[in-house]
Ligand binder design. Structure first.
Ligand code: IVH
Length: 748
């Protein structure tokens, strides 16, 4: 029997009602945890998503919306508190959110349309802190209160007195008889990181985010604390800061715009933000949003978005507010830099240098715009300090391009099935007992440097890398295929000593199967990876039966052999990098190659002779000498030489003559800093050395040029002070090509 339309509608309604009820329970639990106990049970992003979904359901089924729905209410419940209640003179609202520029434009269009005139937008940073209401009567601070449920907050006046920068008496004159100033109390990022490091060192719980830490610090009671605890509490309050971002009760402020309000507040000694801007168009507001989206790290506090307010106060009154939020302001939320995900496992991997590193394997999650499923946990002490258990819901942070970091567990969400990570005693790849390289080291290493497959694999990959011999086909997959023990055969390479002896017959039996990290199934049609597959069996099934002799080389296998052949005559510095000598990267290798001209000369040099080379120094000198003490290292050189590898720069005049003599930068010291378009940091250093110059890392009076790109920081200031010529990326390129003579005269 066909369903009636009414039945379908009722079904849809009851499904929506069930979903709305579940979301409401979760949101209220999250609010209780956050406002009552300063803990986190879900991430901000998940919270926002839930409230957004609830809003959608309520728009589809208005009958589901009640006055106390989380979409209609603000913040915590007033009863969950140890503090005296303070009734705000005017209600403290929250902000509605938008998550894309289109949504922002939609909001702006509506607000402007309703106002019927041209508007200005005041754009400012959304501080990740705790909302506070300061009440001043005739210029004297009478109370400071948290937002609470928006009507009644908690009296934190005593603690606010210890937060620097909040005047107990306003400066200047003309103070209103009653004025409420709203703002955000927060931990500057640096203070927050230090606080968490101290918490972690003391075995205390770390705060999941800066806002939580601010709330936890401000909502402490002095009563019942001993002298030490009191000192700690005061020290923490002393690291907090406040920025004001608006007003509550204030009869007829003597100005027309929000930005003028900020001017007045600043004049009275209140801390206002220096980051705001008033713009006349939506496009310019979007630019502000985009700029800070890309520069979140350059601000002293955490920010999770931008608040855009209509600047004209007359329009605030006209547009009014919903139960929850004003219509004249909106929060643009950036993609979260902090999310929750499940810690599925902690796995130990061994790298090129033998270091055994535990890393977190997580349920795949989108954070700061990219998908993450793994993050390093550095060593077993870090795992302990973070307090994470396998199976925990964890807080993961990734800021922009920064490496993802596990911050800690959400302890409240444990269900008892979680288990502790135990650092293995033996190398997971070769079974050798792990040990610290030297006493007191926290990192454990696999001492089987010569034959541990993980280390050989890492070294072979390093040889193929761009900073090494730059062998296009020799990446991660090929290095793994060449060094993986196969049943019944040994791997083609048991160490890198045999790299230049490889023949086609060694490569033919290798079949590379790239597996999906999540499912473990072969990845048949992943185009990107297939291109990296170096070798393949003949794909014809009939021929397959005929055995290994009938296998056909893949084009990658042939290319690998050709590239290896070419690599034999690559510049000496690349060969040096490929020997995997500790600390000898491209920069040191170039310095050694330029100075000595051959591996024999390097080997014959004394510690002093090595150390005095510009860009080498005693640590690298020792590492070079130590390297030659190991038999199997020497064996690599012998076998590579026998295979035809060139360990000398043709026509080099000998040690000390420095190939630099002919370089366009001979005798010049250049510092490269910031991101120079077209260069990696190492690439810029290498280019300086290749041109015969000295690449220095700090600016001094001996510096001849500073090549600086965006993010150059203090080096730029120092160069200016010392009157050193600063070059942009284009001028730097000119310098590298033609030396100082090629540069146009300095503009000032
Ligand atoms: S204006 C009527 N400006 O974000 C509410 N709020 O998620 C006006 N916040 O409750 C608030 N930075 O506590 C405003 N620059 C800023 C802000 C800001 C952080 C907080 C504020 C608000 C919450 C909403």
């Amino acid at each position: 029997m066909p369903e009636s339309v009414a039945d379908t509608t009722n079904d849809a309604l009851s499904v929506a009602a069930a979903e709305a009820a579940e979301i409401t329970t979760r949101v209220l639990a999250a609010r209780d945890a956050y406002f009552g106990q300063d803990t986190v049970v879900i991430s901000d992003a998940d919270y926002d998503r839930l409230v957004q979904r609830l809003g959608e359901l309520e728009r589809l089924h208005p009958e589901l919306q009640s006055q106390d729905s989380p979409t209609q209410t603000v913040g915590g419940r007033a009863e969950v508190t140890l503090f005296d209640p303070v009734t705000h003179a005017e209600r403290m609202l929250s902000l509605d959110n938008v998550f894309s520029l289109e949504e922002f434009e939609g909001w702006a269009g509506k607000a402007a349309e309703n106002s019927g005139r041209a508007v200005h937008y005041l754009c400012e940073l959304k501080i990740d802190g705790l909302a506070i209401n300061l009440r001043y009567a005739n210029g004297v601070l009478v109370s400071a209160a948290t937002r609470g449920d928006g009507v009644v907050g908690e009296d934190v006046t005593e603690n606010i007195d210890l937060v620097p920068g909040i005047p107990s008496r306003l400066a200047g004159t003309g103070h209103p008889s009653l004025m409420e100033v709203r703002g955000e109390v927060f931990f500057p990022t640096e203070a927050f990181d230090e606080l968490n490091a101290a918490q972690s060192a003391a075995g205390e719980r770390v705060f999941a985010n800066a806002r939580n830490a601010a709330a936890g610090s401000l909502r402490q009671k002095a009563a019942g604390k001993n002298a030490d605890q009191l000192r700690l509490m005061k020290a923490r309050l002393g690291r907090l800061r406040m920025l004001v971002h608006g007003i509550g009760a204030w009869e007829n402020p003597p100005v027309q715009t929000q930005s003028e309000v900020y001017g007045l507040l600043e004049g009275w000694g209140l801390p206002t933000s220096s980051y705001f801007r008033v713009v006349p168009s939506v496009a310019e507001a979007a630019e502000f949003i985009e700029y800070y989206g890309a520069h979140r790290g350059s601000v002293v506090h955490e920010l999770d978005g931008i608040v855009i307010k209509i600047d004209e106060l007359a329009l605030h009154a006209e547009l009014g507010a919903t139960n929850r939020a004003p219509r004249w302001a909106i929060a643009y939320k950036y993609p979260p830099e902090q999310v929750n995900t499940k810690l599925l496992d902690i796995v130990v991997s061994v790298g090129r240098t033998g270091r055994a590193t535990p890393f977190a394997v997580m349920q795949k999650v989108l954070v700061a715009g990219s998908e993450v499923r793994q993050a390093t946990l550095h060593n077993q002490d870090v795992v302990k300090a973070k307090g994470v258990l396998i199976g925990d819901i964890i807080v993961l942070r990734k800021a922009g391009d920064v490496i993802p970091e596990v911050l800690g567990p959400v302890v409240e969400l444990r269900d008892g099935t979680e288990r502790e990570f135990v650092m293995p005693l033996n190398c997971p790849e070769c079974g050798t007992p792990l040990a610290p390289a030297k006493e007191g080291d926290k990192d454990l290493r696999c001492p089987n440097a010569r034959s541990c497959p993980a280390q050989v694999r890492g070294r072979v990959e390093h040889i193929g890398s761009r900073g090494g011999l730059d062998i296009e086909v020799l990446g991660e997959v090929a290095a793994s295929a060449l060094t993986q023990p196969t049943v019944p055969a040994d791997p083609p390479l048991s160490t890198e000593a045999g790299l230049f002896d490889l023949e086609l017959a060694d490569l033919l039996p290798i079949q590379v199967i790239v597996r999906d990290a999540e499912t473990g199934l072969p990845k048949e049609d992943d185009g990107a990876l297939k291109i990296r597959m170096p070798f393949s069996r003949n794909p014809n099934p009939a021929e397959k039966k005929q055995g290994l002799t009938d296998l056909q080389p893949s084009s990658s296998a042939l290319k690998l052999l050709a590239e290896i052949e070419k690599a034999k005559t690559k510049p000496l510095w690349r060969i040096l990098v490929s020997l995997n000598i500790r600390h000898v990267g491209p920069v040191a290798a170039r310095a050694l190659a330029n100075h000595f001209g051959s591996l024999d000369a390097i080997r014959a040099a004394t510690r002093e002779e090595l150390a005095e080379v510009d860009g080498v120094g005693s640590i690298i000198a020792d590492a070079v000498l130590d390297w030659f003490q190991v038999d199997w290292h020497v064996d690599i050189v012998t076998r590579w030489a026998a295979a035809g590898v060139q360990f000398a720069t043709p026509d080099h005049p000998g040690p000390g003559a420095a190939g630099a003599a002919g370089g366009v930068l001979a005798g010049l010291t250049v510092v490269a800093t910031g991101s120079l378009e077209g260069f990696t940091r190492e690439g810029a250093q290498e280019a300086i050395i290749a041109a015969g110059g000295k690449s220095a890392s700090s600016v001094s009076k001996n510096t001849d040029f500073v090549a600086a790109g965006p993010g150059a920081g203090s080096k730029l200031g120092k160069a200016e002070t010392l009157g050193i010529r600063i070059l942009d990326a284009d001028e730097f390129r000119t310098l590298l090509e033609g030396g100082p003579a090629g540069l146009a005269p300095a503009s000032s």
